[in-house]
Design a protein around this ligand. Structure first.
Ligand SMILES: [Zn+2]
Length: 198
């Protein structure tokens, strides 16, 4: 048996997927790391995986190669090493370095989650401001927090709507807009700043 055969015969695809951070549920389904997945579309069995949305499929070596963006042979060696099939052979430096980095799809998903939670937080802040700083009489000077709430609430709700219900293209548009120039990170500190002022 060559390395490919040994790896395929010895390592369970679902176990490998889980070891590499794919959360497989008890139906064998997971969020697909190869497209911007919202509901679990990736089916992972003992000896193969298949995504019903983007069509990605293959065996445990294909999966590893794709996840870490490495060649099939390196993926087989990585699997052999990670699952202690060939403890005498150290991993090539290139693979060890890649291990530390998130795959692109994971990064996308994390950004999407970040945008959603920050926007949601911001929306709650604005809802609070809208009530708390509303003018009491028509001649009152408008509080700037009330003004911000009036302007930004519809915007925040629109973005949240897309993140909740949009297709993967629409969501990635929102995410790339929000993450440009670190905008979402700045927004993330808003509710905290507000607490300091009180
Ligand atoms: Zn997919």
């Amino acid at each position: 048996m060559n390395l490919f055969e040994v790896v395929k015969a010895s390592i369970n695809t679902q176990e490998a997927a889980q070891a590499y951070g794919i959360d497989v549920n008890h139906y064998g389904m997971a969020l697909c790391p190869f497209h911007n997945d919202r509901r679990p579309s990736l089916y992972v069995s003992d000896d193969h995986y298949h995504c019903f949305a983007c069509g990605e499929h293959g065996d445990v070596i294909d999966l590893t190669a794709k996840l870490f963006d490495i060649r099939l042979y390196d993926a087989a060696r990585k699997l052999a090493s990670d699952f202690h099939l060939a403890p005498d052979k150290p991993l090539p430096e290139a693979i060890r370095r890649k291990k530390k980095h998130n795959t692109k799809a994971q990064q996308l998903r994390e950004n999407e989650q970040l945008c959603f939670s920050v926007l949601n937080q911001y929306r709650r802040l604005l809802l609070d401001w809208e009530k708390r700083y509303a003018p009491q009489a028509p001649e009152d000077v408008l509080d700037e927090r009330f003004v911000e709430a009036c302007h930004r609430l519809p915007w925040a709700e629109y973005q949240l709507d897309i993140l909740l219900q949009g297709d993967s293209y629409e969501r990635s548009e929102v995410v790339s807009e929000l993450t440009a120039d670190g905008y979402i990170r700045k927004l993330q500190t808003r509710p905290r700043e507000e607490r300091y002022h009180e």
